[in-house]
Design a protein around this ligand. Structure first.
Ligand code: GLU
Length: 278
């Protein structure tokens, strides 16, 4: 068994991160497997070396260890590019020049109600889908997945988390209507969370993805990409989210619950485990 914790170094780790990392590490340990760490720093406008250093420090303080060198997504652009090129060559991607405003205007044009949203926000209304495609894959435009071509069969994954245990099946119709043509390469990044996470879980031979329930709805995207790229599908374990007293889930800017703050206040790793109910 190989599990991983994949934080983005864009703020301090808080109790929710500690919970996720501890579950992933313990799951691997119990099975005699390996717990890995991955730094998800594709968003170079928000990632900071200080946060990365703090992640290593907090996780070590919690008693966790992981093999080195640590995989950092900022060093993986050639792998993401190769995956995009394969999807492009298979006719599954198209360039998109819409901005947020174009999308929300086009999406709310029909008769009734608010536009439909999916794991990536407003479902793309398809404005650029049928424009002529350049012969070469462009590097300076967003690239979207053409879901109508990509979703041919249901995607299935095995969930071991507390809420949806068993096989989770998503039909092509739902992939089209509830997820739609998501961006796989952002103009400013040359990749996207969905593409990078899929390519890297495979590169690290992850057998069990442990992460928060907030990513459950995005998982069919990752499983579909695995199929399109010929990669294996791991098992998934989406754990409950740690919430504050008001029931709101913790956010990066919620510094009050930063591990470093608890450490400075004199709490021990055992206290942290107790706080998150482990
Ligand atoms: N990097 C993501 C985050 O910090 C987690 C991605 C994942 O576990 O798949 O929220």
């Amino acid at each position: 068994m190989r599990t991983r914790f994949a934080p983005s170094p864009t703020g301090p780790l808080h109790l929710g991160h500690a919970y996720s990392a501890l579950i992933a590490a313990e799951k691997a340990k119990k099975a005699g497997g390996t717990f890995l760490l991955r730094i998800e720093d594709i968003d170079q406008s928000r990632a900071r070396p200080e946060w990365q250093a703090q992640i290593y420090d907090d996780l070590a303080w919690l008693g966790l260890g992981w093999p080195r060198p640590v995989l950092r997504q900022s060093e993986r652009m050639p792998a993401y590019h190769a995956a995009l090129q394969a999807l492009w060559d298979a006719g599954l991607l198209y360039p998109c020049t819409c901005n947020r405003r174009d999308i929300s205007e086009a999406a709310s044009a029909p008769q009734d109600g608010a536009p439909l949203t999916g794991p990536d926000g407003v479902i793309y209304p398809g404005t650029c889908r049928n424009k002529p495609r350049p012969t070469e894959m462009p590097h300076d435009m967003a690239l979207r997945l053409n879901m109508r071509i990509a979703a041919k069969e249901p995607v299935i994954f095995q969930e071991t988390g507390p809420k949806h245990q068993g096989n989770v099946i998503t039909t092509p119709e739902r992939l089209i209507s509830e997820i739609g043509d998501i961006v796989l390469s952002r103009r400013d990044m040359g990749t996207s969370y969905h593409l990078a996470v899929t390519v890297d879980d495979a590169a690290q031979d992850i057998t069990d993805v442990v992460r928060g329930a907030d990513l459950f709805e995005a998982t069919p995207i990752h499983v579909l990409l695995q199929r399109l790229l010929g990669l294996p599908t791991p098992r998934y374990h989406h754990h409950a989210l740690i919430r504050d007293e008001a029931g709101k889930r913790l956010a990066k800017r919620d510094d009050a619950r930063a591990i470093s703050k608890y450490r400075a206040d004199g709490l021990s790793p055992t206290d942290i485990r107790r706080l998150v109910g482990l």
